[in-house]
Each structure stands twice: as structure tokens, then as C-alpha cells.
Design a protein around this ligand. Structure first.
Ligand SMILES: NC(=O)c1ccc[n+]([C@@H]2O[C@H](COP(=O)([O-])OP(=O)(O)OC[C@H]3O[C@@H](n4cnc5c(N)ncnc54)[C@H](OP(=O)(O)O)[C@@H]3O)[C@@H](O)[C@H]2O)c1
Length: 295
């Protein structure tokens, strides 16, 4: 995130940092809240870590690539003077999820960002079934288990925030990425339902539904980068700012950017379903470009 330097921007950043630290009695130094971010080694997750540190949060960051986590942790400790723990965990495995569940169970995580996720492109009959099942394990099972671990703690305290990362693909079926879009449809439905339950005991659950965002996602999914409509892409900074502001405002869903709002909310209402899936199929057939992801 670019650091703003105008007096107005500085005051806003200070206000946000103060608002995001738990108040202490009698003017004692406010205790910093702690946020846990999954998939923080790149893209949207790394940006969540940067913006949360700028808002005064201590952090637990997790992913498989420990070297990336360690270098982000050093950057943030130095630049923001916050505590940063790093945990290496493969959240597509049950053992990996258990490690993060235990960390959440220790009870000091005020915000959980369920961001780790990936997609795989290609015709369903041609892609590796193991890779598709890994998507279910990471995008659905890990997110559900970590939400459960966090909500138990937060419910007891009567406060807390969970941000689950869905996609504009949560709203439309996506031929050539069928499994991915289905996992994200789950994330949206699950998060919205949880939002409604959790608001009764003071916990905010927000589903972030980004569209194309410039990260490593496209390379991991096996997209043909020459065929991607990059004009419509957002940077992770705008996506994460929208998410954090939306969660702070208690929103159930955040769809960042005008084009994404149209994809999510307007097109599926204006057009019949057969037209929506045909349009998305035409786009993703081009983008998948005959690259069918790791075998
Ligand atoms: N970029 C987009 O266009 C876009 C659009 C809509 C939604 N999203 C969603 O945004 C979220 C973040 O993706 P991104 O765009 O930032 O992509 P990214 O740059 O590829 O980041 C994905 C993150 O997930 C982590 N991850 C992947 N597999 C994992 C595993 N098995 N265990 C633990 N962590 C794992 C990766 O870390 P390691 O590889 O180090 O484990 C990485 O930190 C995802 O849920 C994605 O579906 C992205």
C-alpha cells in the first residue's frame, strides 16, 4: 500500500490505528489487537498483512512458503513496530489446518482473514482430479474449520471479525474453472449465513468478492496471460482497503470496484442463467488457453 503523507491522510491513518486497538482504562497504552491472515505469502493476503499492520494490528501470518512469510514479517516489524508471528502450514492438509486451529484456540485472535485459496483452469474432464480435490480442501474445508475455531472464541467474547475471501465467481458458474467457482459459491453462501447468525452476538462476518486482481493467482491457475482482459484488473491494495472498510462498517458482502459489482449483482439479474454461463464460458475458454494446470 502506498503511504499517504498529506496531513488529512495522516490524521485518517492515526484515527484508524486508534480505532483498531482495544481501549484500555485510564489512558494506559492501548493493547494491540491480533489478526491472523492465511495465504499471506503473496497477493491479497500479503496486502491484508501490510494494511492491518498499518492500522496497528499485531499479526499471525501463515502459508507454505516460510521464506516469504519471514521476509514480510521483518518488513512489518521494522516499518510498523508490530508483533508478527509466522506459521508454515499447508491448509490443504488436515494436519496443517489443525496447527492454525490450535493457534486460534489460544484465544487472542480478534480478526481472522480466511484468504488462502487457488483456482485451476481447464476442462473438468482433462484436469487432475487430485488438484480439484485440493481446491475443495483449501477453499472450503480449511475455511470452514478455521471459521468454526474463530467463531467459538469470538462468540464467547461478544466481538471479533472474520473476513472470508470469495470471488465474483461466487455469483456465476464458470466453465473451464467449474470447481473453483463452485468453491467460491460455497464461501459466499456460508459467509452470508454466518453473518446473520453472528451479528446477534457482536461478531462481524464479511465475504470479500474480488474480481480479477493482479497477484500470482493467474499463474497458479494456468491462465494464458496474453489472453487476459487486464483492463478490468484491480490492484490488491484497493481490494483490501475495500474489505477492511466494509468489515469495519459491518457489511456482509464487499464487492470491490464498479465492474465487479456489475458482474456480481447486475448481470445475473438482467440476463437469464443460460446467457450468464455462456458469457463466462466464452471468457474462460479463451483465458484457460489450453493450459490445464499441474497434472
Ligand atoms: N487474484 C484474483 O484475480 C482473485 C479473484 C477473486 C478471488 N481471489 C481469491 O483471493 C485469495 C487470495 O489469492 P491471490 O489472488 O492473492 O493469489 P496468490 O497470490 O496466488 O496467493 C494465494 C495465497 O494462498 C496461499 N496458499 C495456496 N495454497 C495453499 C495451501 N495449500 N496451504 C496454505 N496456503 C496456501 C499461497 O501461499 P503458499 O503458496 O506460500 O502456500 C498464497 O499466499 C484466494 O482465495 C483467491 O481465490 C483472487
Amino acid at each position: 500500500m502506498a503511504t499517504e503523507t498529506t496531513p488529512k491522510a495522516k490524521k485518517k491513518q492515526k484515527d484508524e490505528a486508534l480505532e483498531d486497538t482495544a481501549g484500555q482504562p485510564n489512558g494506559a497504552t492501548p493493547a494491540r489487537k491480533r489478526a491472523l491472515v492465511t495465504g499471506a505469502s503473496s497477493g491479497i493476503g500479503a496486502e491484508f498483512a501490510r494494511q492491518l499492520a498499518a492500522r496497528g494490528y499485531n499479526l499471525v501470518i501463515t502459508a507454505r512458503r516460510k521464506d516469504r512469510l519471514d521476509s514480510l514479517a521483518s518488513e512489518l516489524r521494522h516499518a510498523r513496530k508490530v508483533e508478527v508471528e509466522t506459521i508454515e502450514a499447508d491448509l490443504a492438509t488436515s494436519e496443517g489446518v489443525s496447527v492454525i486451529e490450535s493457534r486460534i484456540a489460544s484465544g487472542d485472535v480478534a480478526m481472522l482473514i480466511n484468504n488462502a485459496g487457488f483456482g485451476n483452469s481447464g476442462q473438468f474432464g482433462e484436469v487432475s482430479l487430485d488438484r480439484e480435490l485440493e481446491e475443495l480442501d483449501l477453499n472450503i474445508r480449511a475455511l470452514t474449520r478455521l471459521s468454526h475455531a474463530a467463531i467459538r472464541q469470538m462468540r464467547e467474547k461478544g466481538r471479533g471479525t472474520i473476513i472470508n475471501v470469495g470471488s465474483t465467481g461466487s455469483y456465476v458458474p464458470v466453465p473451464y474453472m467449474a470447481t473453483y467457482a463452485a468453491t467460491k459459491a460455497y464461501v459466499l453462501s456460508f459467509s452470508e449465513a454466518l453473518h446473520e447468525e453472528a451479528r446477534q452476538y457482536g461478531v462481524v462476518v464479511t465475504c470479500l468478492c474480488p474480481g480479477g486482481t493482479t497477484t500470482e493467482f493467474q499463474a497458479v491457475a494456468g491462465f494464458d496471460s496474453d489472453r487476459m482482459p487486464r483492463m478490468a484488473f484491480q490492484g490488491p491494495d484497493a481490494v483490501v482497503t475495500a474489505a477492511l472498510n466494509g468489515a469495519r462498517a459491518g457489511s456482509a458482502i464487499v464487492v470491490p470496484g464498479f465492474g465487479n459489482k456489475a458482474t456480481a449483482n447486475v448481470l445475473p439479474r438482467l440476463l437469464p442463467r443460460f446467457a450468464v454461463r455462456k458469457i463466462s464460458g466464452n471468457i474462460f475458454k479463451r483465458v484457460s488457453g489450453g493450459t490445464y494446470g499441474p497434472a
